[in-house]
Structure formats: structure tokens, C-alpha cells
Ligand binder design. Sequence first.
Ligand code: PLP
Length: 310
Amino acid sequence: MPIHLHTPLVESDPFSHPGQRVWLKLEALQPSGSFKLRGVGHACEVHAARGARRLLSSSGGNAGLAVAYAGRRLGLPVLVVVPESTREWPKSLMRRQGAEVVVHGKSWMEANEHLTALRQPMDAFIHPFDDPLLWEGHASMIAEAATQGPRPDAVVLSVGGGGLMCGVLQGMHAVGWQDVPLVAVETLGAHSLNAAVDAGQLVTLEAITSVATSLGARRVCERAFEWTKQHEVIATTVTDDEAVRACLDIADEHRIVVEPACGAAVAAAVQRRVPALQGASNVLVILCGGVATTYGDLQALAAARQEEAI
Ligand SMILES: *Cc1c(COP(=O)(O)O)cnc(C)c1O
């Protein structure tokens, strides 16, 4: 039995237009709250079968929570090391799954170094986005979507480190969607894929300034950048405001709370600024989810941004 769930594919009336149906793959409904459980669950199962005694993560977000959930399901202890900047809410969600959460260092880099120092020979480290095992697990959402709805004219998703993108493209090629354009969305301030595509090579951003913290990889994985040369990938950006606004719309219209990291993809799909979306009859949007923001957080973010504007 896989650790992730099969998720519904729903036709979104509120986000559709005459002549264009928008389909949402509801990855937000995974038990850990995001698509990460597909890839992480698969990777953890493989490592458990190879004899791993403990699972390690240095993510204070959805990847860490997915490892915590998978570890509990597999009966393996989980150690997560996060930096001091990690908020209380995700830490308590991971502890609730039985994970040991250690706080160390000012930045993710310091937390990750500490984790490396604690590593035992039979431990398996689960990377948040750069691992073929993860991509294989993420690909299952496309195999599923292909049996649930029409062949899309475009697929829209968010990009952080690019793991979701690698998995979805792998899945698209497996089901014969190799000619379907992929719209890869980032927020401004977390636009490491857009920067790489513009520069024609991998780029490391100076800093992450977006509120979409789950998109906050300063550099995308190499495989994600390679894909942009092997498939029609349209990299685009939205603002934090647009992403937050989309989250509130998703909450009102579909009664699902997601992070700005996920709202970004919906914002791009609904705005249709990308030409590939303008003639598309069926658009598949990956509603990737995320647990780091509560509904109250989203309202506060929207209010703060409005005040800034005034
Ligand atoms: C991890 C994550 C992303 C980005 O996925 P990558 O594989 O890092 O590109 C987007 N949205 C949510 C909610 C996430 O948890």
C-alpha cells in the first residue's frame, strides 16, 4: 500500500472561463497536506526496504512533515533539524507525527550541517527536491490524472527547487503528454527557475524575498533546468499579492486552505497572461497544497500587503 492517497481531480467552475475548463488535482488533500508525500513516501519506502533504521530531513516545511508522516507509517524514527527561523506551527505538526525536531543554527545551511554531523550509518537522508526517487513518486499524480480527466492542453504548477516539476514532466512523458506545454510558476523573489531560463544556465539567487517560503530554493536542481531544453516549459512569475489573493479565492471557492506557494500556480492559471494558456480548452493545475499558512495567516498577509500599498 503506498503511503500517499489517490486524490480527486475536480473541474473548477469558479476558475474556468467560457471555452476553458480548469481542472484542479487536489494534492492539498494528502494527509501531510501537500504533494510532497508522493515522492517522500516513495523514497522512504525504498530506503526502509533497503534496511534504513532512521529517516532524516532538514526541512522545516512540507518536506519535513511528509518525512515525519512517512516515518510514522513505516514505524521508523525520524529526525528533523531545522533552523531557528522555523515557525512553531510546522514544528508542532512534525512532533505530533512523532518526529524528533532539533532546532539548530540561523540558516538552513547551518541546520543541514548539524544534521550531517548527527548522521549514523543506517540513516537515510531524504532530500526535499533533488532525488530521482522523489520524482518517481511525484510522477504518480500524472498517471492518476490521466485516468480521471481529459488530456490537458497545458499543465500549470509551482516551482521551488524543481522536484515537483521533474516528477510531473516524467509522468507526462510516461502517459504520452510529451507535447503538452508546462507552465512553471514562481513568485517574484523566489524565481530561481525563471532566472536560470533567462540566463541560459543555473543561477543562485542572492536571497529569497517572497512570502511563498516553500518556493524558497535559491537554486533549482540541475534536472529541472535540463528539462527546460527537452520539453516546452514556460517559466513565468506572479507577485506575492497575486499568490496570496489566489489562496483566499481557493479557500472561499473550494474550501481548501493552501500556501502562497500553491496559490501562485492558480494565480497564473486564472490570469492567463501566458499565451499557451489563452487557447487552451482544458488546463490542469496541480493544487500542491502546503500546511505552513493557516487561514488566519493568509488574511493577515493580505491585510499587511494592502496597508503597504496605501
Ligand atoms: C515543496 C513545495 C513546492 C515546490 O516544490 P519543489 O519540488 O521544491 O519545486 C510548492 N508548493 C508546496 C506547497 C510545496 O510544499
